[in-house]
Design a binder for this molecule. Sequence first.
Ligand code: HEM
Length: 443
Amino acid sequence: MPHQYTSATAPGALPLLGHVPAFVRRPYEFVAGLPAHGDLVRLRLGPMDAYVACHPDLVRRMLTEDRTYDKGGLVVDKAREVFGDGLATCPAAAHRRQRRMVQPAFHRDRLPGYAAMMADEIVDVTAPWRDGEVVDVPAAMYRLTTAVTARCLFAAHERAGSLPVHRAMDVVTHGVARRIMMPLPGADRIPTPGNRRYHRARADLAEITRRLVADYRAAGTDHRDLLSMLLAARDEDGSGLTDEEIHDQVITFLLAGMETTAATLSWAWTLLAAHPAVRERLHAELDTVLDGRPARHEDLPALPLTARVVNETLRLYPVSWLLSRVVTGDGTELGGHHVPAGATVLFSPYLLHRRADLFPRPDRFDPDRWLDTARPTLGTYAPFGAGARRCIGDAFGTTEAVLAIATIAARWTLTPTPGRPVRPMRSAAMRPRPFTATLTRRR
Ligand code: HEM
């Protein structure tokens, strides 16, 4: 008997607003509770219906049929306003060409080069840390991923001190996260100080990118960075990316890569602090392999527990926790249920990762669950999505996270300031609310 997938409307819809208040009040709990109502759950969001694929088979289908379930819908439409037509937000029709052109920049052979730059930046950013100092952890991790991303994109630019780039990147990424959650269309054009700062920063970043592209093109040198790779990209017909396309890709890498990795690192520190037994084992691994020195690409195979800590952090706190697609064709059915053309279909790595039937005792931080799990099937563990639109920076981001945790934990213990447990912001990106920690030098 083929599996019968159930479908229902989520309970508790209010007149006119539908499920919006329940979602806005407690987004994570609301979404994680949906599988109790069906495999495909319909939400009423004001005048609109949206569907949430709760069963891994249905998630797998929507992610592998990327022309039927195209990039679009609630979350992506907002993101497109700022990402432009870069790789993460372009429609399927433009995606194959873009992905083909951009893929070489993330080829496995390139990783050791990026990892060397990452290692330098991790050392530079943490060099001023002092024993007993109290740091704002998410801000510190954000500085770290900003430095890494700026360096790997524009290696020919200055080292970590390239402040104008950093400042513009910072304003732009924060402005974008706010915008994705902004309910009113056109609200971003009201000339508030925040909006003006954001538009200025975007213009600065565009100008910096334009200048760098021109410099790189004029010099014709391969700096072994992402920008050099984008400039060298050629399609089968020999055509390259236009300056406009390169600009959109640069913005996309900044937006898709910095916040995600920074938030993952911040969550990892909270989890390690709350699980001293795991932290001790991590320290033992690092002491054996690194003996206090910074981690390098060659060390990665010898750091399996560090890698499992990253996997498990991404399971509990998948930063891109709610993603959307738009149904392109009439007569589309998902799990035997009709979904109309133009409808938003959502999937949530967070929901999947917290399903007890997929991950026993799902709320428990247990890096060792990855010891005996055969590779999880597509559609169950999805912090990087899946299918044609899977994250192109998955290995880049994971390498960065493992190197940062290894290098920092080899030398420092981070003890969060006692108080309320760290909770996620209500945001399109599942990042922690600001919290501080005391640094203790280990060696
Ligand atoms: C821990 C870090 C990261 C996480 C959790 C993450 C997560 C994701 C997810 C879930 C998607 C799929 C979105 C969807 O299906 O709608 C995605 C796509 C993407 N990510 Fe990442 N990402 C991370 C790091 C990075 C980095 C470091 C970069 C680049 C430097 C990057 C660039 C991209 C791009 C360009 C896409 C679009 C791919 C496509 O549509 O072909 N990401 N990411």
